[in-house]
Ligand binder design. Structure first.
Ligand code: DQA
Length: 147
């Protein structure tokens, strides 16, 4: 199984950026733990601060991975172009957020990209990514049983 994690703008600063919201843990350390926890899953990682680069990545991986985990950062609330990219590919995407966006400012309560995603996980800190992997593993197993 092969899963692509895509992190959007400012998520390269995890561990430094607003630690009271996003935590103090460095991403590289967490990613290492995720890979150890799911040895049978190949976890690819990509981060970009640029909308177009995120779209290029979705197009590049969106037909041959078993799942995409996308934290689009602030583009979640603004990007029709990312929504269109998600709708253009066949790989299922799980929308992920570290914080509970519904507990925050009004403008974070609307996700433009959700209609392009199979599910949404948010509010569990970095653990949201682990939960998304579990969900994609279950979904792949379901598809295999059905097929
Ligand atoms: C975020 C929530 C967004 O509103 C914000 O712009 C981010 C991070 C999260 O993971 O909680 O950059 O996606």
């Amino acid at each position: 199984m092969r899963i692509q994690i895509i992190n959007g703008p400012n998520l390269n600063l995890l561990g430094i950026r607003e630690p009271e919201i996003y935590g103090k843990r460095a991403w590289t350390d967490y990613l290492k733990e995720l890979r150890q926890r799911f040895p049978k899953v190949r976890i690819d990682y990509y981060q970009s601060n640029l909308e177009g680069e995120i779209i290029n990545k979705i197009q590049e991986v969106g037909f041959d991975r078993d799942g995409i985990i996308l934290n689009a950062g602030a583009y979640t609330h603004t990007s029709i172009a990312i929504l269109d990219a998600l709708k253009s590919v066949s790989t299922p995407t799980v929308e992920v957020h570290i914080s509970n966006v519904y507990q925050r400012e009004d403008f974070r309560r609307r996700s433009i990209i959700s209609p392009g995603c199979v599910g949404f996980i948010g509010g569990f800190g970095l653990d949201s990514y682990r939960l998304a992997i579990e969900a994609l593993i279950d979904k792949a197993a379901e598809t295999q049983t059905e097929g």
